[in-house]
Design a protein around this ligand. Structure first.
Ligand SMILES: Nc1ncnc2c1ncn2[C@@H]1O[C@H](COP(=O)(O)OP(=O)(O)OP(=O)(O)O)[C@@H](O)[C@H]1O
Ligand SMILES: [Mg+2]
Length: 431
């Protein structure tokens, strides 16, 4: 018999027993009709009481089921939140009012420490600005932002944004965004504008000074006028060169993702550089020694840009090499390079001169970086030559290398991908 029928049978038996007891008790003292009524009433009372207790039992069962449902829903929601925040690439934390970390995603644990969950955030994040921002969220309910600098395990700057996640229990979502690169770019932009303005201001100040002198004290001095006008012409030419170089750099940067696609024969270009600089070479008793292999396959390159690279490098060799020494131009074909590299041509420009101290080597391709600023300026240099070379070589998917020995000389080498080789980007459609 199933439990429901057994319970019904038990209740009916109890009601019958109560009826019999009532009938027997009342029947002994009064007439049988009253005893029968009492017996019915007693049975009914027992049945009503049993029904009521049934109802109450059922209500508590429903209550319990509802509680289980709510628990399950909360658990599911918690799991969903965990999955969601784990899927986010940026560091995310959920903290309570006391800034105890309830959850941290993988990026958050990697940034702040594997054992951050359950700990107070301030132990891991000792930056008052960011902590105050997070605390203010629990006080005002309004989103707040801050910034944190990390020195270890990786150095970087992170923007922190805190939002209320749940108003009732005061949980706060803390999102962090790596802004290291954009801060660096901002810094570089500011530095660049400051440097460019400074570079322009120097010749401009010289020009203004000479103009004032020529208008005033030297107005009648013919010899001074000739000398001053000469200097003014040099300074104006330097300003024009600076502007040309700046425009050149920005043009290269603008389309730095557009890879050159035309095959180029290097030999005529190497000859042309010698011709362009012939007068300067002769004036300093210098000559270019060329070592070029008999058969030189074409490379993938932009003619004008490679001419600019060669011009800048040979100019440097001329400026910083010793008078009377030769400049060596060596070209070699690297047909089977180590894995990871494309077959390429390597071009080296070497001079015999003062050389460059090792501490300067890593910074030479920075804009406006010079080993001896005054000397470079005096020679009409803008300090942008090697920065332009680096950008052009990178755009061609080549590599650049500077090696130097103090007192001996400097060699600058760069590579260009060979045309018609797999992956060389020679622009033609591939099967
Ligand atoms: N061959 C070299 N030998 C010695 N020092 C060199 C050589 N090439 C470059 N340098 C150093 O590197 C610095 C940067 O060179 P870069 O070509 O960028 O600028 P620059 O020659 O001063 O000016 P410009 O913009 O006219 O080329 C130079 O100022 C010089 O100090
Ligand atoms: Mg130069």
């Amino acid at each position: 018999m199933d439990p429901l029928n057994r319970r019904l049978l038990k209740r009916l038996a109890l009601a019958a027993l109560a009826a019999a007891l009532a009938y027997w008790l009342v029947g002994a003292a009064a007439e049988p009709i009253s005893a029968a009524v009492c017996a019915v009433l007693a049975a009914a009372l027992i049945l009503v009481l049993a029904y009521d207790s049934d109802l109450r039992e059922r209500a508590s069962d429903i209550d319990r089921l509802q509680r289980i449902n709510i628990d399950l829903a909360q658990q599911a929601a918690r799991d969903e939140v965990r999955q969601l925040i784990e899927a986010v690439a940026e560091p995310l934390l959920i903290v309570d009012r006391e800034l105890i970390v309830l959850r941290a995603n993988a990026a958050g644990r990697a940034l702040l420490g594997a054992g951050i969950e359950g700990e107070t955030l301030t132990v891991f994040l000792r930056q008052p600005g960011a902590v105050e921002a997070i605390q203010s969220v629990s006080l005002t309910g309004q989103p707040a932002e801050g910034e944190v600098q990390f020195l270890s395990p990786t150095e970087g700057t992170f923007a922190v944004r805190a939002n209320v996640l749940n108003l009732d229990d005061g949980r706060i979502l803390v999102a962090m965004r790596d802004v290291t690169k954009s801060r660096l770019m901002e810094r570089m932009r500011v530095d660049f504008v400051a440097n460019a303005s400074h570079e322009l201001r120097t010749p401009l100040a010289t020009l203004i000074g000479f103009i004032e002198t020529l208008q005033g004290p030297a107005s009648e001095d013919k010899a001074a006028r000739v000398r001053f006008l000469d200097i003014m012409a040099q300074e104006a030419a330097r300003m024009a060169r600076l502007i040309d170089d700046l425009l050149s750099l920005s043009r290269i940067e603008l389309d730095k993702h557009v890879r050159p696609s035309t095959p180029l024969d290097l030999r005529p270009l190497l000859t042309q550089v010698g011709q362009t600089l012939a007068m300067r070479l002769e004036a300093d008793s210098r000559r270019i020694e060329q070592h070029i292999p008999e058969s030189l396959p074409p490379v993938i390159a932009d003619r004008d840009q490679i001419l600019q690279v060669l011009h800048n490098l040979v100019s440097n060799a001329l400026k910083y090499g010793r008078s009377g020494t030769s400049i060596t131009l060596t070209v070699s074909v690297v047909d089977s390079p180590p894995s990871g590299q494309l077959p390429h041509v390597r071009i080296e420009v070497a001079d015999q001169g003062e050389g460059i101290a090792p501490e300067h080597l890593p910074r030479l391709t920075e804009r406006f970086y010079r080993v001896d600023t005054a000397r470079s300026r005096q020679m009409g240099g803008t300090g942008l030559g090697l920065a332009i070379v680096k950008h052009i070589v990178e755009k061609h998917r080549g590599e650049m290398q500077v090696s130097s020995t103090l007192g001996v000389g400097t060699t600058v080498a760069f590579t260009l991908p060979l045309a018609g080789r797999a992956g060389a980007g020679d622009g033609g459609p591939r099967p």
